[in-house]
Design a protein around this ligand. Structure first.
Ligand SMILES: Cc1cc2nc3c(=O)[nH]c(=O)nc-3n(C[C@H](O)[C@H](O)[C@H](O)COP(=O)(O)O)c2cc1C
Length: 175
């Protein structure tokens, strides 16, 4: 079964570090994501220090698990690469989403677990992270991924819903 079907959000981690070679493959996967005009407008923060992870846990009510994660990866947009001077050009949001999903899939592939935490466009979270980690104004934290070795079994399930699939004409089902 491929990582797409195995991936689930993991929020509890063993107190065990992630090997640097696994971390590098996860980052390499992020760089392989598709992007509009092939701009690849991303940069990645990798955070392992306990006090930094604890600080991130305090920046969002839904990010407590970063304190116990082995590592945190934060995909950031480089607005200079993302054509952000043009307010109507927000393709970078999709670019960064694709990179975040690639990270989650490679985490699964490595036998690890992780969870995508929403960051952008929450101004409080974006500002808190940028200030703590010294991000310049054109670098904006997009998502936060907490990862590590899962502390329990990974949930499984089939979510396929044929009622949401339309063949040719909206509402048409394949018989
Ligand atoms: C944009 C986005 C933001 C999310 N933010 C959070 C979050 O702040 N905290 C959290 O625990 N999970 C967060 N999640 C994970 C979702 O809760 C999770 O993907 C969803 O419940 C489906 O479960 P699954 O990932 O196991 O398939 C987020 C997911 C996405 C895509």
């Amino acid at each position: 079964m491929s990582a797409v079907f195995e991936r689930r959000s993991i929020r509890k981690f063993l107190p065990k570090p992630v090997e640097p070679e696994k971390l590098e493959r996860i980052l390499r996967a992020a760089f392989e994501a598709p992007s509009a005009h092939n701009r690849r407008p991303w940069e990645f923060m990798v955070i392992t220090a306990r006090d930094d992870r604890e600080a991130i846990a305090g920046m969002s009510p839904y990010a407590k698990m970063t304190a116990a994660a082995a590592a945190v990866i934060v995909p950031c947009v480089n607005l200079n690469l993302g054509n952000a001077a043009n307010d109507e050009d927000t393709w970078w949001i999709q670019d960064l989403s694709a990179a975040t999903e690639n990270i989650l899939l490679q985490i699964t592939e490595e036998g690890l677990g992780g969870v995508w935490l929403g960051w952008y466009p929450d101004k409080t979270r974006v500002t808190a992270f940028s200030q703590r980690f010294g991000l310049p104004p054109h670098i904006v934290p997009f998502s936060v991924v907490a990862l590590g070795y899962p502390a329990g079994p990974v949930p499984k399930g089939d979510r396929f819903d044929p009622s949401k699939v339309h063949y040719g004409v909206y509402g048409s089902r394949r018989s």
